[in-house]
Design a protein around this ligand. Structure first.
Ligand code: FES
Ligand SMILES: [Fe+2]
Length: 361
């Protein structure tokens, strides 16, 4: 079994959702965490356990935020956004009282937190987005939870074969080499797509996509649709929850569609912002539809450490070597699984080894 919590940056929540809720609770990479922000906008993601006597700090248990500080429901100790205890109701705060906090970063209003091997500090950063001006729509967000792993979901970015077979894309082709630079992997591909209704071909799309992967929790895909002239970008944020389930959050944004190269059914006379807003809704629904097709495969598939690949699958092993940096000692599998896998490969006949491999994979 793949180690369920590879190192990296993982989505926690939208800043808007944190501000709206005041205090959020999440199960995030096997941790119960609380999330809030102070009046200056500093976000804190902390383990929901009070260092005093261990009370649960989540809002369900009575935790709340007052004047930008998290207040424990048990004895009222207060913690600031760095996790430091700054006040108690009846004595000076103990100097060493501090929440376990996770380092955060923010991309386009999305808050991600760092999960490090052995709690080590961030080894790399997600690059800031280039300024895009005001000609981009608001974000559309959809989340899907299922039994899965972020490496398996991310692997689909380099698995061009499935684009045709699962999603029905046409003329899928790589548009450039797969490039790995440290924690970043980039790949680009082109495809065509026909949407049919009542047996008639209604829409034809001609798409170029560049996917930038920064660890297994954060991918951004820049998408250019040539026939209409739509620029959009899609984030795919895969977050392990509890060692079994993950949540894939899809976030879509579209550049204002001022002058489409061809008409889009019924949208020509709509005001520009409304037209773009509708378009973004359509795109996120299409993306969600595609991901739901993948989910059928993901939730039932077995991780094969040594897959049987055909020649055009070559990039999959390159992707897996890239992934090794996110696991303790570069080992993708949990320790006991590795042992069983190694023993079977060392001592069995090829047939037996394959059976054990299938069991442990
Ligand atoms: S357990 Fe939190 S203040 Fe005592
Ligand atoms: Fe897919």
């Amino acid at each position: 079994m793949l180690n369920p919590f590879p190192e990296g940056w993982y989505f926690v929540a939208e800043r808007k959702a944190i501000e709206r809720a005041g205090l959020l609770q999440r199960t995030w990479l096997g941790n119960q965490v609380v999330v809030w922000c102070n009046d200056a906008g500093d976000v804190c993601v902390a383990e929901a356990v009070c260092p005093h006597l261990g009370a649960d700090l989540s809002p369900d248990a009575g935790g709340r935020v007052r004047n930008g500080c998290l207040v424990c429901p048990f004895h009222g100790f207060e913690y600031d956004s760095t996790g430091r205890c700054v006040a108690t109701p009846y004595a000076p705060p103990p100097k060493s009282a501090r929440l376990r906090v996770f380092e955060t970063t923010e991309i386009a209003g999305m808050i991600l937190a760092w999960h490090g091997i052995g709690d080590r500090s961030p080894q790399w950063q997600i690059p800031a987005l280039p300024p895009r001006g005001h000609d981009w729509s608001e974000l559309e967000i959809r989340s899907i939870r299922f039994a899965g792993h972020p490496q398996e979901t991310t692997e689909n970015s380099v698995d061009l074969g499935h684009l045709r077979y699962v999603h029905g894309y046409d003329s899928v082709g790589r548009a450039g080499p797969l490039v790995i630079e440290g924690s970043c992997l980039k790949c680009s591909f082109d495809f065509k797509r026909t949407r049919a209704f009542a047996g008639l071909e209604i829409f034809k799309y001609d798409v170029s996509a560049v996917s930038s992967i920064h660890g297994l929790g954060y991918s951004i895909v820049d998408i250019r649709e040539h026939s209409i002239g739509i620029d959009s970008r899609l984030w795919v944020l895969a977050t392990p929850i509890d060692g079994t389930d993950i949540e894939v959050t899809l976030v879509s944004q579209v550049r204002l569609l001022r002058s489409p190269k061809r008409s889009i059914a019924g949208m020509r006379f709509l005001p520009l912002r409304l037209r773009t807003w509708i378009l973004n809704k359509i795109l996120i629904s299409a993306q969600r539809h595609d991901v739901m097709q993948d989910v059928v495969i993901w939730r039932r598939k077995t991780f094969r450490p040594r897959p049987l690949l055909c020649r055009s699958d070559g990039e999959i092993m390159k992707f897996r070597r890239y992934c090794e940096q996110f696991y303790p000692g570069g080992k993708l599998l949990l320790a006991d699984e590795r042992l069983e896998f190694k023993e079977s490969a060392d001592s069995s006949s090829p047939e037996q080894a394959d059976q054990v491999r299938a069991r442990t994979a």
